[in-house]
Design a protein around this ligand. Structure first.
Ligand SMILES: Cc1cc2nc3c(=O)[nH]c(=O)nc-3n(C[C@H](O)[C@H](O)[C@H](O)COP(=O)(O)O)c2cc1C
Length: 179
């Protein structure tokens, strides 16, 4: 796909088949993650955890449902792959813009790569926030010291089709300063 076609075809997919994602596809998606820009090229400040263990995915899903206060929800949408992106954070909002942006770049690069491969994807921050508060679940990610799950992406095959979408140009309020 051409870049603009991929960008316009990407959408958040919230229903997945229970088939596994091929290791070739996963490697391409992880390559896209590794191609992401990261502030000051500090790649050592981000970490990815690729989870394909259905029980662990289900436990994180459950933590997300509890977080949203509705156990009927499945915030990971039964996707077969969850990739958690973790980073170190200072807890000071003004200083955490770069680590949070790094994670968003990585997550979005993976979403675009998944779209290019005809796979569904969705950025997951709600259930990631829930995960980050569950110490016993975070331990199971085997993260390096000091890293906090910050954003995630779910990926999987889907019945949904990808077509270029019409994007309203006023979707994001924009002002121009020319002089
Ligand atoms: C930072 C961020 C966090 C998001 N978190 C979630 C999430 O936790 N669950 C979810 O279903 N979608 C999540 N989304 C997807 C947005 O809801 C979605 O991008 C938005 O509604 C626009 O729809 P589109 O992605 O189909 O264009 C997130 C997106 C971003 C950029």
């Amino acid at each position: 796909m051409e870049t603009m076609k991929t960008i316009l075809s990407r959408k958040s997919v919230r229903s997945y088949k229970d088939t596994a994602v091929s290791s070739e596809a996963l490697q391409t998606i992880l390559k896209a993650a590794n191609a992401s820009p990261v502030g000051m090229a500090k790649y050592e400040t981000v970490h990815m955890t690729v989870i394909q263990n259905p029980e662990l995915i289900q436990e994180i899903d459950r933590a997300g449902a509890e977080f949203f206060g509705d156990l009927s929800k499945t915030p990971l949408y039964h996707a077969p792959v969850l990739i958690v992106v973790s980073t170190k954070r200072t807890g000071v909002a003004a200083q955490d813009n770069v680590p949070c942006a790094n994670v968003a770049m990585i997550v979005h690069n993976m979403c675009l790569a998944a779209t290019d491969l005809g796979l569904g994807s969705c950025a997951i921050y709600g259930a990631t926030a829930a995960l980050s508060q569950k110490e016993e679940l975070v331990k199971r990610l085997n993260l390096p010291e000091g890293f906090v799950p910050t954003g995630s992406v779910v990926i999987g095959e889907t019945e949904e089709v990808f077509k270029e979408r019409e994007v309203p140009m006023d979707r994001i309020d924009t002002n121009y300063i020319n002089k």
